[in-house]
Design a binder for this molecule. Structure first.
Ligand SMILES: [Mn+2]
Length: 337
């Protein structure tokens, strides 16, 4: 080794030590600004929080808390949505780096968002799960933060609605994207069923059917309980602009909760889910509708039913991440009612 090479090597080593990625705070990956080129935390590495927001349980000054509810004990067909929150988070990190179209970076800059991590519940004591999820939501909603929750099967929306109604008053309007109405009769108060929770929510006065709308439905129910249904054939026939008009007509300026079951999308766009039904929306149609809902009085939202084991090339998780990011930005203008 000659003198020149040795000097150069020393300089490189000194420089590398000063920039040692392992010497930096492990939270660096989640604290960096979007689009920041940081070799210590490439897109695919480090803690894969939603949109690279910091993992935190400090709700001080937080506008929106992302959290996961990794439950799939209420499914009627294929399980696997317990792995949904992790998959959607992982799919979201490249959105954070590129800036989310068409919003750019400004909305996220103006919104203090954390990733609160996952709700803990005891899967082996299923009768405790409803209250565990409600308690998780109450803790977050006791602050000024709104919730954007990643499922998990769709049952989680029921305890989330219980906590939201306690916080925001009852009943709430519901904007519900799904292949399934989830209003099938169920007289068992303690059942874990991802097809009946809106039957319970309407019966218990948690949501107002007159201020509620379902989009993308393509399964039969003899009684939709007074909820306005824009079924999938109606969406395909009339287009996304008409859907948006009808949603605003139904919900008006009422406080609303938005729930997006990823099986609203056609299995061609979202194969990674537990109860797929052909004939659904494309991811482009769904994104177009969600983006045009700017101005609704959104008090909370979830994206549910991503089951990564049945996914192909992460296409379902990616669609869910895009939808969740756009729903997040719908929260940016609305102060607490
Ligand atoms: Mn569904």
């Amino acid at each position: 080794m000659n003198r020149f090479t040795g000097t150069l090597h020393t300089e490189i080593m000194t420089s590398a030590l000063q920039k040692d990625p392992f010497a930096t705070d492990s939270a660096q990956a989640t604290n960096r600004s979007p689009q920041q080129q940081d070799p210590a935390s490439p897109t695919y590495a480090g803690p894969l929080s939603f949109l690279r927001r910091p993992y935190s349980r400090d709700l001080t000054g937080v506008d929106v808390a992302i959290s996961g509810v990794p439950l799939d004990l209420a499914t009627t067909y294929r399980p696997g949505a317990r792995l949904g929150p992790a998959a959607v988070r992982a799919a979201s990190v490249q959105l954070a780096e590129l800036g989310i179209y068409p919003w750019g970076l400004a909305p996220l800059d103006a919104l203090n968002v954390i990733d609160y991590g996952d709700c803990w519940f005891d899967a082996h004591r299923p009768w405790t799960i409803r209250d565990a999820i409600a308690a998780h939501a109450r803790t977050i909603l006791a602050s000024e933060a709104k919730m954007l929750t990643l499922g998990g099967d769709h049952y989680i929306t029921y305890p989330l609605l219980i906590a939201h109604v306690e916080r925001f008053g009852r009943p709430l309007g519901l904007i519900h994207f799904d292949a399934h109405c989830d209003t099938w009769p169920d007289e068992h108060a303690d059942s874990l069923n991802h097809g009946t929770m809106f039957y319970k929510a309407i019966r218990e006065g948690l949501i107002d059917p007159a201020r509620s709308v379902q989009v993308g439905i393509r399964t039969w129910n003899s009684d939709f309980m007074g909820v306005r249904v824009l079924d999938a054939p109606w969406v395909h026939r009339h287009g996304t602009a008409a859907v948006v008009d009808r949603i605003f007509e139904v919900v008006g300026d009422a406080p609303v909760y938005l729930t997006f079951d990823i099986d609203c999308l056609d299995p061609a766009f979202a194969p990674g889910t537990g109860t797929p039904v052909a004939g659904g929306l494309s991811s482009a149609q769904a994104l177009e509708i969600v983006r045009e809902l700017d101005g609704i009085q959104l008090v909370g939202a979830d994206v549910v039913e991503v089951a990564p084991s049945y996914d192909q090339s992460d296409v379902t998780a990616l669609a869910a991440a895009h939808l969740a990011a756009d729903i997040l930005f719908l929260m940016r203008k609305q102060p607490h009612p």
